[in-house]
Design a protein around this ligand. Structure first.
Ligand code: URP
Ligand code: ZN
Ligand code: ZN
Length: 494
């Protein structure tokens, strides 16, 4: 009689700490045994010659979300998670986005209505806070954090989302009290709008000028400011989608000072450049995202940030808007000025394979580092570990089985999202997750989706240990309690 529902046999397992040969026994969707020659399974997968990693966790993607400019993403929860599954990603953490005047509780209900019978892989939600009223910070957020929404994103730019510094302090202080993780989109809004106005007034409206308006200095300033505000409040933060040396150096400096500042980067900053924004006609719109892709030198800098630990997570920031679609990039016409083009690029399906091919395959990172960046660290930061993000007894049997030698030429016709282009069209990579399992069920096999809508489960996130404050004060006053202390306990900011 079979001892296990499933056995994955003879694979080379890679976790964030080790690479070793073993079989995996699965019962009821969980890993129950890891070892040599485990007993029989009702289903067996022979992974001889394959690498078995934890399923990827894409902790930054926009699904069924209306952008700050009012454009709906192309993907709903089914197409996005189908695409994730085919790219070896078994958990996604998209956003439940609050716009001003909205109740956060209602926002969360609305996103659940979009996701709950559609998702094909497991999912959690980050919140986007654009209206931190007393009701939100005092009541809604604490209740939602207790209910498993333990991270939220704030913006320093976009008219519809941007918080001022005072609001950021209020949100950071709520996060410290409730032990939530704040993700920051860090770009200086006034720099971008001022530069945009000047560019447009001079007749420079093509997509490439989006790249100029979103100057690296704007990213650096907002990153440094966010870090300073977080240091004042003594709360960990995560700077998302870092594109360039300037912002990256701020994170490296903060880490070297012992601050709990985490960093995220994305494929578009390793594989795209400002030249893509300058493609003929309106084509550059396909590559417009914020912050924008920079130059070749910055790609190398971002790789170094991945190698040296400045970046903790590698996410897609999948925000797909179709190109030939009046509801997509061309909503305001086929030659719309850059300010009117929806920001975002797709990348859910190719994220892990790009990092595997150009990171592991080219010898820049080893397999454990690949696993940490594509799965484990996100699980730890967002309170899903060890249920997700590793292969261990007791963890969900979320697995990606890799053919490290398979050559794939990326093309949109083979991608399973709802987009009509991929920014990585024509790129040949080596290594592909040929089988993906969510809780022991095969959801993608040989490049085809074999899962089903509604099989993905909602995941409540725990409070992450990563959110623990340092206990370092930079002023002799605790704004949360109102207590003034002797200044001898103060750590001077350096
Ligand atoms: O351009 C981007 N990144 N669009 C998605 C929204 C965001 O800011 O992450
Ligand atoms: Zn963002
Ligand atoms: Zn984003």
């Amino acid at each position: 009689m079979a001892e296990y529902d499933l056995v994955v046999r003879n694979g080379t397992l890679a976790t964030a700490s080790d690479v070793f040969r073993a079989d995996i026994g699965v019962v009821d969707g969980r890993v129950v045994t890891i070892g040599a020659k485990v007993g029989a399974g009702r289903r067996e997968i022979d992974a001889e010659g394959r690498i078995v990693t934890p399923g990827g966790i894409d902790s930054h993607c926009h699904i069924a979300q209306r952008s700050s400019m009012g454009v709906m993403t192309a993907d709903d929860f089914f197409t996005a998670t189908r695409s994730a599954a085919c790219g070896g990603t078994t958990t996604v953490i998209p956003f439940a986005a609050q716009y001003r005047g909205m109740s956060l509780r209602q926002v969360v209900k609305d996103y659940h209505a979009c996701a709950d019978r559609k998702a094909a892989v497991d999912y959690a939600f980050h919140l986007i806070i654009s209206d931190p009223t007393e009701q939100v910070t005092g009541q809604e957020l604490p209740a939602l954090i207790k209910a498993g929404y333990t991270s939220f994103k704030i913006y320093t730019t976009y008219d519809a989302l941007k918080l001022d510094d005072r609001q950021i302090l209020e949100v950071l202080s709520t996060a410290r009290r409730e032990r939530a993780l704040v993700m920051v989109h860090a770009e200086n809004h006034d720099v971008i709008s001022w530069l945009s106005e000047k560019l447009l007034a001079a007749g420079h409206s093509a997509p490439r000028f989006h790249g100029m308006a979103h100057a690296p200095i704007a990213e650096r300033e907002a990153t440094s400011r966010a870090i300073s505000l977080a240091e004042l409040v003594d709360v960990p933060i995560l700077i998302v989608h870092v594109s360039a040396r300037e912002a990256m150096e701020q994170i490296r400096l903060a880490k070297s000072r012992g601050l709990k500042v985490y960093g995220e980067t994305c494929p578009q900053y390793l594989f795209l450049t400002a030249d893509d924004l300058d493609r003929p006609g309106f084509e550059g719109a396909k590559y417009m995202c914020s912050p924008p892709p920079r130059d070749k030198a910055n790609q190398e800098v971002i790789w170094q940030g991945l190698v040296t630990g400045v970046f903790d997570v590698f996410s897609s920031d999948h925000a797909g808007y179709r190109y030939h679609d009046p509801e997509g990039k061309m909503k305001h016409g086929r030659n719309a000025p850059f300010k009117k083009v929806a920001n975002g690029v797709p990348g859910l399906e190719v994220r892990t394979a790009l990092l595997f091919s150009e990171g592991v395959g080219k010898g820049r990172i080893d397999l454990p580092k690949f696993v940490s960046l594509s799965a484990t660290n996100a699980a730890k930061l967002y309170g899903l570990y060890p249920r997700k993000g590793t292969i261990a007894v007791g963890s969900d049997a979320d697995l990606a089985i890799w053919d490290a030698d398979k050559e794939v030429t990326i093309t949109q016709s083979k991608i399973h999202d709802a987009m009509d282009y991929t920014p990585y069209e024509g790129m040949t990579i080596r290594g592909w997750p040929i089988t993906t399992l969510v809780r022991g069920e095969v959801v993608a096999e040989g490049g085809e989706f074999v899962g089903a809508a509604g099989k993905g489960c909602f995941l409540k996130c725990d409070i992450s240990p990563a959110t623990a404050p340092l206990g370092r004060r930079t002023i002799a006053f605790d704004p949360a309690t109102g207590s003034a202390e002797s200044s001898k306990h103060v750590d001077r900011a350096q």
